[in-house]
Design a protein around this ligand. Structure first.
Ligand SMILES: [Zn+2]
Length: 459
C-alpha cells in the first residue's frame, strides 16, 4: 500500500524543513508541500513530530558464541527491539573464533538472520586468523556483498589476530577497498594485568577496568593506526571509550591516516562506578573496553558533537543474570557485554540533543548518515531522498518515559540503563515503506528484513 507521511518536520544530517513524503513500492518517490494522497494510500499525520531517516546501528552482536556461552538474542528479538527503538538497519559482527573456518562461519551467521530479522541488516566479517585459505575466502565474502572486515587486537587466542595477521588483513583490505573495523586493546597487556590482579586476590567485577586501563586502549589505537599508515588501508575504531585513545586516533588523523571513530552508548551514558556495584549488579556492567572514569564522558560528547567521533553504535551484546554469574569467582569469566539496541536513539536524543550536548543534525549524522556513508549504504540508507529506501522514523519529542527491563523487547532479564528517564521516542517506524512500529509498538511483519549487499567504497 502506498504511504503518505504528512506535516512532519524532516530532519537529515544537513537539512531541515516541513514537508510531506510519499512512498510507493518501498521507495521514497516524492517529497514536497501538500502532496496528494491517491485512493488506497495510507496517511500518517506527523504534525508536531520530527521525521528522521531510519537509524543505523553499526555495531551489534546477535548470534555470538563467547566465553563459554551464547548471547541471548535471536534476530527476531533483536530486530523488533531495534525497530521499537527507531533503528531500521543494523550491522552485526560475524565473529568466528580462531579455530573456526571463515566461510563456514559466514554461512552460519547468514543463516541465523535470513527470514528472521524484521529490519534490514548486513555484517562486518571478522578476520580472526590469516592462513593460506584466508584471502580466497575473504574475496568470496566481499563478492557476496560484505564490504567491511573486523579485527580484534584483544581476546588473545580466541578472536584476536597477531601483528602479522593484522598486516595481511589490512593489506588485502587496501587492495579490495574494504574498510576494517578494529577492537583496539593490547591483548598481551590485558592478559598480564588480569593474571596479576587474580594472583593478588582481586577477583570482583570492580577489577575489570583495572585489567584493561585507558593506556592499554590508547596503545591499541595507536598500534592499529600505525598499521593503517603502513598499509594504506582505511580503518574504523569501534567502541572508543576514553580520552587517551581519542588522542591517539586524532593524532593519526592529523598525520593523514584514514581512520574513523565510533563511540557506543554505554560509554557515553555510564561510568565505571556501575561496574563497582556489589555482586551481579557490577557484573551486568562489564564490557570491553570497560566503563571508564566519569571525566571521559564529557570528552566523548564534545568529540562527538564536533564530528571527531563519527558514529554512535551500541556494541549490543545481551547476557542475562545467570550468564553474568559465570564470573562469580573471577572477573575474567564474566561474559562481556551491555545490551542497548533498543535504547541507543532515545538516550542519544535525550542526553545529547535535549541536554544541549549534541546538535540535532549531528545526531542524525552520528546515528544514521555517517554509518551509511562509511559502510557503503548511502544514499539508499541514511538520508531522506527521492529514490532512497523508505526507512523512516516519525519521532515524538513530547513522549516521556523511563527505561525499564519490564516490557523491553531485547531477550534479557535486566537493562543496563534501568530507571533512566527518556524524553522522546520513535512513534512510527517504516522499513522500505512498510509500517513496522506504530505508537511505539511493533505491529509489523517478522522476517521482512533483507541482507544488504554493499560494494567496497574505500579504494
Ligand atoms: Zn562488539
Amino acid at each position: 500500500m502506498p504511504l503518505l507521511i504528512r506535516n512532519g518536520e524532516l530532519v537529515t544530517a544537513d537539512a531541515r524543513g516541513r514537508a510531506d513524503i510519499y512512498v510507493a513500492d518501498e521507495t521514497i518517490t516524492r517529497i514536497g508541500g501538500d502532496l496528494e494522497a491517491p485512493p488506497g494510500t495510507e496517511v500518517i499525520d506527523a504534525a508536531g513530530k520530527y521525521v528522521f531517516p531510519g537509524f543505523i546501528d553499526p555495531h551489534v552482536h546477535i548470534y555470538l558464541p563467547f566465553m563459554a556461552t551464547f548471547a541471548k538474542d535471536t534476530h527476531e528479538t533483536a530486530s523488533i527491539a531495534a525497530l521499537v527503538g527507531g533503528t531500521t538497519t543494523y550491522i552485526e559482527m560475524c565473529c568466528p573464533s580462531r579455530t573456526d573456518d571463515a566461510l563456514a562461519a559466514y554461512e552460519l551467521w547468514k543463516g541465523k538472520a535470513e527470514g528472521k530479522s524484521a529490519c534490514d541488516y548486513t555484517f562486518h566479517m571478522a578476520v580472526s586468523k590469516y592462513t593460506d585459505e584466508t584471502e580466497g575466502q575473504l574475496r568470496e565474502i566481499v563478492r557476496d556483498g560484505i564490504s567491511s572486515f573486523k579485527i580484534f587486537l584483544a581476546y588473545k587466542n580466541f578472536f584476536g589476530v597477531d601483528d602479522g595477521e593484522m598486516y595481511q588483513a589490512l593489506a588485502l583490505a587496501r587492495k579490495l577497498g574494504v574498510i576494517v573495523t578494529a577492537h583496539c586493546e593490547n591483548a598481551e597487556l590485558v592478559a598480564q594485568l588480569q593474571q596479576e590482579l587474580l594472583r593478588a586476590g582481586r577477583t570482583g567485577p570492580e577489577w575489570h577496568e583495572a585489567s584493561r586501563p585507558e593506556t592499554v586502549e590508547a596503545e591499541g589505537t595507536h598500534h592499529f593506526a600505525t598499521f593503517l599508515e603502513n598499509t594504506g588501508a582505511t580503518g574504523y575504531v569501534v567502541h572508543l571509550s576514553c580520552e587517551g585513545a581519542l588522542k591517539a586516533a586524532l593524532a593519526a588523523k592529523e598525520r593523514g591516516v584514514r581512520m574513523h571513530v565510533e563511540a557506543v552508548i554505554p560509554h557515553l551514558m555510564l561510568n565505571k562506578t556501575y561496574a563497582e556495584r556489589p555482586g551481579v549488579e557490577g557484573m551486568k556492567h562489564v564490557m570491553s573496553p570497560p566503563l571508564r572514569a566519569r571525566r571521559n564522558q564529557g570528552v566523548l560528547w564534545n568529540a562527538l558533537n564536533a564530528g571527531l567521533i563519527d558514529t554512535v553504535g551500541t556494541d549490543h551484546c545481551p547476557f542475562d543474570t545467570g550468564q553474568k554469574l559465570l564470573g562469580r569467582e573471577a572477573f575474567t569469566q564474566i561474559p562481556n557485554g551491555i545490551p542497548g539496541i533498543e535504547e541507543r536513539v532515545n538516550l542519544l536524543y535525550t542526553y545529547g540533543v535535549k541536554r544541549g550536548k549534541l546538535d540535532l543534525h549531528r545526531f542524525v549524522d552520528a546515528a544514521s548518515t555517517r554509518a551509511a556513508k562509511l559502510f557503503g549504504l548511502f544514499p539508499r540508507k541514511g538520508t531522506i531522498a527521492v529514490g532512497g529506501d523508505a526507512d523512516l522514523v516519525v519521532f515524538d519529542p513530547e513522549y516521556r518515559g523511563t527505561i525499564s527491563a519490564l516490557g523491553q523487547h531485547v531477550n534479557n532479564d535486566y537493562n543496563g540503563f534501568e530507571g533512566m528517564p527518556i524524553e522522546g521516542r520513535a512513534a512510527v517506524v517504516t522499513v522500505r515503506g512498510k509500517v513496522q512500529v506504530r505508537a511505539g509498538e511493533f505491529v509489523g511483519e517478522r522476517g521482512r528484513g533483507q541482507l544488504l549487499k554493499r560494494e567496497p567504497s574505500h579504494l
